[in-house]
Design a protein around this ligand. Structure first.
Ligand code: SF4
Length: 442
């Protein structure tokens, strides 16, 4: 009989994965186990992915905030090679998890090749493959279960399952500006209206749980009715679905499944705290995985920034897992530069929240970098930055302009110039206070 991380934790045992996560997060393993047993922490780790190349990672409020990078082919563009390269860039830039949202080309082969090179928790949305080669109206329970089982057998660690969109929620959408923006949510809504039946994911939820338990695939309960415009945020449809997700969280955990819950979307800044607290209450503290949230709709081309602003607030008030957004969101399939920019923006959002939450050691790197900056120690300054590649490039460009070849030689930069460099002046001030030297002004 195979057992899940949740079931093992429930018996009071500390699994190797709990031990590992506690080690990297610098926490007591028993504390991590108890949070996992309570359903407030997950370690998405398919038993088969664990046997190959997975390095386990935890997601939950007692841990550092994690970030996910989405990639995958579209029906219009991209190749497996290009998506593997995007995954490499995302991992290099610091992503904590990868989701393959491919909808074009050979989906099985794409997933297999990405998984073979992915040491991070790896997620998918199985409903995308269920409609491969057929109309959404033609899918049935058997097709969905076969796809879910196949992907679980391949080693996928977490599945987005849109089981919370119910037929009775659909009339609540009529006044929405942006309708349903979730691909999975829209497909299932169409299926329900066509067949005049309940969401098949909801109806066969127990069967899905059986597959998830067997492989220990973690649920990521999808928010098919997430708002796609700030005007739609926190509306009746979104909250009705959240209440169903709360019920499903409980049902899945009772059956031994690990669960996280997906959340909005587009949300004005002042509604983020309420959204985070409501999810925590309804889903009993199950880790909240938010898609942004984007705090304004008017910045296409810069949505990595609008989502990072919302991401920090979300992670401060309750989310444990942020899905990145790239600058190309709403405009096209991201390229490697977009993936990199999205991961870095999301890392900044997560880290800023971790500092504000007062997580032990969260600000240590900031102190290290600031000390190096104050000492004009460029090498440490650049090495400690979240994106050393960009920081080094920009600094080298500045060095070139002031005629300095080696990084350690630069004792100012082009930002203020030598005479106005407050870091240099501060060094002099410190020496003067210590009585070591007279001021140097030239
Ligand atoms: S010149 Fe200005 S920006 Fe550059 S190191 Fe000095 S204080 Fe910092």
């Amino acid at each position: 009989m195979m057992t899940t991380q949740l079931q093992i934790a429930g018996t009071g045992k500390i699994s190797g994965q709990v031990e590992f996560v506690a080690g990297i997060e610098n926490l007591d393993a028993e504390f991590v186990r108890s949070e996992l047993a309570a359903g407030r922490l997950v370690i998405p780790a398919n038993k088969l992915h664990l046997k190959t190349n997975l390095t386990p990672a935890g997601i939950g409020r007692i841990l550092t905030t994690k970030i996910n990078a989405n990639l995958g082919t579209s029906s219009i563009r991209s190749t497996i090679k290009a998506e593997i390269e995007k995954m490499r860039v995302a991992i290099d830039a610091g992503a904590d998890a990868i989701m393959d949202l491919s909808t074009g080309g050979n989906l099985d082969k794409t997933r297999e090749q990405l998984l073979a090179k992915c040491p991070l928790p790896f997620g998918t949305v199985p409903i995308y493959q269920a409609i491969e080669g057929r109309q959404v109206e033609d899918i049935d329970n058997k097709i969905i279960l076969e796809v879910v089982e196949k992907q679980a057998r391949q080693g996928v660690d977490f599945f987005t399952i849109h089981a919370g969109v119910l037929r009775e929620h659909l009339p609540l959408l009529k006044n929405r500006v942006a309708g349903i923006v979730s691909r999975g949510g829209a497909l299932l809504a169409k299926w329900m209206l066509y067949h005049n039946r309940q969401n098949p994911m909801y109806e066969m939820f127990d069967d899905l749980c059986d597959i998830m338990v067997e492989y220990d695939v973690c649920f990521s309960l999808g928010d098919g009715l997430r708002p796609g415009a700030i005007a739609d945020a926190t509306d009746k449809a979104q909250i009705a679905e959240l209440r169903t997700l709360g019920e499903l969280t409980h049902r899945a955990q009772e059956r031994g499944c690990q669960v996280m819950v997906e959340g909005p979307g587009h949300v004005p800044f002042n509604q983020i705290q309420y959204n985070m607290e409501l999810q925590e209450q309804i889903c009993n503290g199950a880790p909240f995985y938010v898609l942004g949230p984007l705090v304004t709709d008017i910045a296409p081309g810069y949505d990595h920034i609008t989502s990072a602003i919302g991401g920090t607030a979300a992670a401060f008030y309750g989310a444990s897992f942020l899905c990145y957004v790239t600058p190309r969101e709403h405009l096209g399939l991201p390229n490697t530069d977009d993936v990199r920019a999205g991961v870095i923006a999301s890392k900044i959002a997560a880290h800023a929240a971790d500092i504000a939450r007062g997580l032990k050691g969260a600000a240590e790197r900031d102190r290290k970098l600031s000390t190096a900056r104050a000492n004009l120690d460029w090498q440490t300054h650049l090495a400690q930055s979240l994106d050393p590649q960009t920081a080094e490039r920009m600094h080298k460009e500045a060095c070139k302009e002031i005629g300095v070849k080696e990084l350690p030689e630069a004792d100012y930069c082009t930002m203020c110039g030598k005479q106005w460099c407050s870091v240099r002046t501060n060094k002099e001030i410190r020496k003067m206070i210590d009585g070591e030297a007279a001021p140097i002004t030239k």
